[in-house]
Structures are given as structure tokens and as C-alpha cells.
Design a protein around this ligand. Structure first.
Ligand code: GLV
Ligand code: MN
Ligand code: MN
Length: 421
């Protein structure tokens, strides 16, 4: 079977590993994530890698492509200080997810290593393929838990976060088999890193519109995720006159529409209220309290920040006018991150070998590359996706485009090896 077909088949197999029967949902440190790590580790070993799961639950495959002066190649159990190139993406998913968001980058990384081994290619550096444990932030509402640990930017205060079932992050890590006290030691040493290459489905319509299989990411948009709570007064839906109500859901509705309006009139700004919980939640009771999530993104941090301030002011005004209380907190914030120009230039040479046009485009979606860029030059290859659909079960990519991506990545590795010698 050719390598691209094998990747497609593996993506199908992984999509069946889920925490929710009938739809793909695989969140941080869940039973499905454990099974996914086990299976992907098997595929890594079949490609010639040694594997380990770090204290956070990130799966790492290590491939030493060259012995040093005829000596036995070093292994992850006895790591050399030889430089290494990181490839990878995340293995967690959103709720009712598509199959490609995350796993495609991990499968491509493994396939690159498989090709190197098959062709007995000698490289002056090692390759590590990472399956990050959490990028989406579904379970703990804080994205990039996996990459933050590897990049050494994880804040131990996060360990106190609780999931919807009340399980603290520290406990979830322990249950999974990790060690919340050893997260610092999982940090990768930037001295040994040559760079990080992440392949990812585009999750948007640009490449398809230009009839291109792949593109190069210029920058990853910054994001703010916040929680907002409107606190009003629950009451009888049949007897409370309209003028006397303190309906928290009406306030939330007003806020959601104001959010949409601001994003529509601000070029490049995207804003989403993705979760809403009305209490007590009965058709004959006025909603007394509503919790909602806000997700704001822009390639320019200053625009994102002023949009956040404007929306905050707006939320307070709505609450004041409706005589409600309001509470809120920012739960996640990352600045916009530029991809490495040097590595992107190298990647452009590889893309040019496979398609006529080299298209560079920004990413509105968040990626582990945004965090890894804090410790090593990061570069991203986007793969065309059907109708721009993502975070949805219809998410899809073509085997032919995956084949092109694999060719580009393999070529990039060889170019990097040449540049390194
Ligand atoms: C991750 O996919 C995100 O951009 O939210
Ligand atoms: Mn995603
Ligand atoms: Mn993703």
C-alpha cells in the first residue's frame, strides 16, 4: 500500500477511538486518548522509532537516523545531545470532531520517518514525532496543555483547573499515568532543537479556492478565550411581568449579537460564543444565570485586545441596564505568532518541487506550532480541505493531497539535512 493511502487508513482507524459512541470526541487524558496513544505508539515503533509518553501524556517517537562514528545510535533512553527536528500535531479532538484536525500531522510525521528508514537515509540529526496530548482545550478550557509542557511555558497554577465533572487537572494527569510534579522535566531543551514542522489540514477554503494541494503558513492568529456569567433572578415564567424580570439569557442573547456585530464590522476579527449554559434550565422558569464562552481571534494582537475591551464594556453595560450582576475571566490568551522565515523559505523550495505556485497564508486556527515557536523555529504546511469545513464530522482531505504533503515534508527534511552539514 502506498504511504498516503496508509495515512488515510490510519486516520479512519484513529477516528473510531472516541470517548463518545457514534461521534468522534477525544479529550485530554481520557480513556480514548490512552487507546489512541497506544495505537499511534505501535505505528511509531513499526516505523523504526523508540517511543515514550511524557509526564503530561504527550506521545513522542524518537528516530536516530545516523550512528555517530559507527557507534550504536543513541536512543531516547540514553539520549545524545545531537540536534533534532520535531514533527507532529495533536491527538486530542473537539466534540463531534472531524478526523483530520491533528492526527493528519502526526501520521505524516510517522510516514516521513518510515520513508527515511525504508530508503536508509542518513541524517545528521534525529527526528522526534510528537502527538500532543491537548491542543483543543476542550476538557480544561485551556488550549495547548501538551505543547506548553514541552516548551516549558506551562503554568503550574493550571493544575488546579477542574473539568465539568470536577476532576482537577493534576488528578487527571495522575489517573492517565502521568506525573503533575514532573512536568518541568518534560520540557525539551531548546539547545538541541533545529525546528518544528507541523502539517495540518487548512480548516478553511483558501487552498481549495486556488486549486492548490498545500500552502505555507505565515503566522498563527492570537486568541483570547473568556468565560462570562450573567447573574439575574430566576422566577415563574407564567406570573412574572415582563418589566420585572432579570432574565440572564436575554442579556446573553444581546451580548452574543453585539459580539457578532463587532466581528462583522472589524476586518479580520472572528468572534464566537460556542457554549452557553442557562440555569436552572426549564421551559417554565426564567433563566436566572447564564454562563457563556467567548473566543476572539485576530492576526494583530492590538485589534484583538481592543475588541476584547469593547466587548467587556458592552457586557457590563448590558448587565447594568438589565439590573443583572456580571462576572468574567480570561481563561486562555496567546499572542499572534509568526512562523520562521528561514524554515518557511526552505519549505517553499520543497513546495515548488511539487506544485507550480507557492501560496503563503495566515492561520485563523490555533496550532501547537504557536507554542513550539517559543523555543524553536516553527514552520507549518497546510493541506487543502474540502469546502473549508473543519471542527465538524464532514472534515475531509484527499489522499492525493496527502501524498503531495508527504513529498514536500520528505524533501524539506533532506534540504534541512544539507543545510545542517
Ligand atoms: C483549535 O483548533 C482552535 O483553533 O481552536
Ligand atoms: Mn481544532
Ligand atoms: Mn488542530
Amino acid at each position: 500500500m502506498n504511504a498516503a493511502k496508509k495515512i488515510m487508513q490510519r486516520i479512519e482507524t484513529l477516528a473510531r477511538i472516541t470517548d463518545e459512541p457514534g461521534r468522534l470526541t477525544r479529550t485530554f487524558a481520557s480513556p480514548a486518548m490512552r487507546r489512541a496513544n497506544g495505537l499511534v505508539a505501535k505505528w511509531m515503533r513499526a516505523a523504526g522509532m523508540e517511543t515514550r509518553v511524557d509526564a503530561m501524556g504527550n506521545l513522542i517517537g524518537h528516530f536516530e537516523a545516523k550512528s555517530e562514528d559507527g557507534k550504536k545510535p543513541s536512543s531516547i533512553l540514553h539520549p545524545s545531545s545531537s540536534p533534532r527536528l520535531l514533527l507532529g500535531s495533536h491527538l486530542d479532538t473537539v466534540r463531534n470532531a472531524g478526523k483530520f484536525d491533528g492526527p493528519l500531522g502526526v501520521m505524516l510525521g510517522i510516514a516521513c520517518v518510515g520513508e527515511l528508514r525504508r530508503k536508509k537515509t542518513q541524517l545528521p540529526f534525529a527526528i522526534e514525532v510528537v502527538g500532543f496530548a491537548d491542543e483543543e482545550g476542550v476538557r480544561y478550557q485551556s488550549a495547548y496543555l501538551g505543547s506548553k509542557v514541552l516548551a516549558g511555558s506551562f503554568d503550574a497554577k493550571e493544575l488546579r483547573r477542574k473539568d465539568a465533572a470536577g476532576i482537577a487537572l493534576a488528578a487527571a494527569i495522575k489517573i492517565f499515568g502521568g506525573n503533575p510534579e514532573k512536568l518541568k522535566s518534560a520540557r525539551l531543551d531548546p539547545k538541541n532543537l533545529l525546528g518544528y514542522l507541523e502539517a495540518h489540514i487548512e480548516q478553511g477554503p483558501v487552498l481549495e479556492g486556488k486549486n492548490l494541494a498545500v500552502g505555507i503558513v505565515t503566522a498563527i492568529a492570537g486568541q483570547t478565550r473568556a468565560h462570562v456569567t450573567f447573574i439575574g433572578h430566576a422566577g415563574h415564567a407564567g406570573t412574572t411581568p415582563m418589566a420585572r424580570r432579570q432574565d440572564a439569557l436575554c442579556a446573553a442573547a444581546e451580548f452574543i449579537l453585539a459580539t457578532e456585530k463587532l466581528a462583522r464590522k472589524t476586518p479580520g476579527l472572528v468572534a464566537t460564543v460556542g457554549q452557553l449554559k442557562a440555569e436552572p434550565g426549564a421551559s417554565n422558569v426564567i433563566p436566572g444565570e447564564v454562563k457563556l464562552t467567548l473566543d476572539l481571534r485576530h492576526a494583530k494582537d492590538s485589534i484583538r485586545r481592543s475588541a476584547h475591551l469593547a466587548l467587556k464594556k458592552n457586557a457590563f453595560q448590558i448587565a447594568h441596564r438589565r439590573k443583572l450582576k456580571i462576572d468574567g475571566e480570561v481563561v486562555h490568551e496567546t499572542a499572534a505568532v509568526a512562523c520562521s522565515e528561514k524554515l518557511s523559505g526552505l519549505l517553499a523550495l520543497s513546495v515548488r518541487r511539487h506544485q507550480k505556485k507557492v501560496l503563503r497564508l495566515p492561520s485563523g486556527a490555533g496550532h501547537d506550532a504557536a507554542i513550539m515557536a517559543g523555543i524553536t523555529p516553527a514552520v507549518m504546511l497546510f493541506i487543502r480541505c474540502k469546502n473549508g469545513i473543519s471542527h465538524h464530522p464532514n472534515e475531509s482531505a484527499k489522499a492525493e493531497d496527502v501524498r503531495v504533503a508527504l513529498g514536500v515534508m520528505s524533501d524539506f527534511i533532506l534540504r534541512l539535512a544539507k543545510a545542517h552539514e
